[in-house]
Design a protein around this ligand. Structure first.
Ligand code: ADP
Ligand code: MG
Length: 268
């Protein structure tokens, strides 16, 4: 990978929940247009890192610099306004609503309209509405072309992999600077996992900077040229897939753990 300018610089990110040190002084950096993988056994602090970066959990220490701001000091909506978007380990969608309605949430998030604007400038609001639908459809066409052809389908009737794509489409509406993706291949069969990897590579090819958490080693090796490994809230290794899979600290941390496999063929 060619060196790119650092977009996000995380230093000493820390979080304790009572006696549990979920994150213990993690340093990470993400370059512009880079895909950085984050792996680690269950409970190693991966999701907590995303929760700190999106302001839903307060950090106990550290900084995360983006565009001159420290994300760890900001509120979720301020972070979202800076162009940080995420998807969740457990997909969060309104299952009774349509594909388009779900993706629209991403457009409205950036396009806040207040009640007084509706009263004073209804035309402007109507234009925004149209723009929001256009943005949402554009994201859908890009991330999930097949779904863009049927935007009125009810999400609850769609297969799991499609739901994951809808969540991805919602996150990329309006081209965020940074996309945080938490275990996109969780619960997917090998075929769906390969498809989601393709989707993420397509999003990355647009130049979006991505932090992606995943358990499945083959998946992370496919999408992320650089990978950081967490264990008990600490970063224990960082490098290419080939580098980390032979790293003694990584091997030791995975040894004897049920359900975690380091072999590239071990994706289940
Ligand atoms: P991972 O995503 O790597 O599986 P998490 O970040 O979800 O791990 O969790 C790291 C540790 O922090 C775990 O021990 C977990 O139980 C704990 N933890 C995470 N979130 C909370 C919370 N909101 N309250 C209490 N403990 C939490
Ligand atoms: Mg997690």
């Amino acid at each position: 990978m060619t060196a790119s300018a650092t977009l996000l610089e995380i230093r000493g990110a820390a979080k304790s929940f009572g006696g549990v040190q979920a994150l213990d002084g993690v340093d990470l950096h993400l370059g512009t247009g880079e895909v950085l993988g984050v792996i680690g056994p269950n409970g190693s602090g991966k999701t907590t890192l995303f929760n700190l970066l999106t302001g839903v959990v307060r950090a106990s220490g550290g900084t995360a610099r983006l565009a001159g701001a420290n994300l760890l000091d900001l509120k979720p909506w301020e972070i979202s306004a800076l162009g940080v978007a995420r998807t969740f380990q457990n997909i969060r969608l309104a299952l009774g609503q349509s594909v388009l309605q779900n993706v629209l949430v991403g457009a409205y998030r950036q396009n806040r309209t207040s009640w007084w604007q509706v009263l004073l400038a209804p035309h402007t609001v109507a234009v925004r509405e149209t723009q929001a639908v256009e943005k949402a459809m554009e994201a859908l066409r890009f991330v999930a072309p097949a779904l863009a052809a049927a935007p009125d389908r009810i999400v609850g009737e769609l297969p799991y992999a499609d739901r994951r794509r809808i969540e991805l489409a919602r996150a990329v509406v309006g081209n965020p600077r940074i996309l945080l993706i938490d275990e996109p291949a969780a619960g997917m069969n090998p075929h769906e996992t390969a498809e989601i990897a393709d989707d993420i590579l397509r999003i990355a090819a647009r130049g979006m900077s991505i932090l992606v958490i995943e358990h499945k080693m083959k998946f992370i090796a496919t999408v992320a040229p650089r990978i950081a490994v967490l264990n008990f809230g600490r970063k224990i290794a960082e490098g290419s897939y080939e580098q980390i899979r032979t790293d003694p600290h990584v091997l030791a941390s995975y040894l004897g753990r049920k359900g975690d496999h380091l072999a590239a063929s071990g994706d289940r």
